[in-house]
Design a binder for this molecule. Structure first.
Ligand code: CMP
Length: 137
């Protein structure tokens, strides 16, 4: 079955000029962009997006980081794209993410409170539906 997932190029990725490389990897893999925009997210939107992390020590710094600059939001479509994009992205920590992945090739630890890991991808069909609703109504 064809799925949709929400992909974000986070402020670190946009600021470092990596948006094109991220989108190129998605397209090269054979997935399709169905929505795409550059946005300065609002705090309330980010708090909804990250509500599962509310109460964790990195929640506040995470929201501040996501407010620090524009993000690129995309809806990406394809068979098993939710799992497929997470595989392209690599594991959360860029220091140890596998080379060949977006985070493994392009990310590093900058010694900040929050993992600046370039991209976000929905982790399940339920999250994807919820997050696409938040970012694209
Ligand atoms: P993401 O998977 O998009 O959603 C939660 C984000 O919080 C994650 O990417 C990282 O940017 C950040 N994050 C997750 N775990 C930690 C952690 N233990 N310490 C700092 N930041 C984290």
């Amino acid at each position: 079955t064809t799925e949709r997932t929400l992909v974000l190029v986070k402020p670190d990725g946009v600021a470092r000029g990596l948006t094109g490389q991220v989108l190129a990897r998605i397209e090269a893999k054979g997935y399709r962009l169905v929505e795409l925009k550059l946005v300065h997210a609002e705090r309330a939107l980010l708090e909804r997006h990250y509500e599962e992390h509310r109460g964790k020590p990195f929640f506040g710094p995470l929201v501040e980081f996501m407010l620090s600059g524009p993000v690129v939001a995309a809806v990406v479509e394809g068979h098993r794209v939710i799992e497929g994009f997470r595989s392209l992205a690599g594991s959360t920590e860029p220091t140890t993410a596998a080379p060949g992945t977006i985070r493994g090739d392009l990310g590093r630890d900058w010694g900040e409170q929050v993992q600046q890991n370039i991209v976000h991808g929905s982790d399940s069909p339920e999250s994807a539906e919820r997050e696409i609703g938040i970012w694209f109504g």
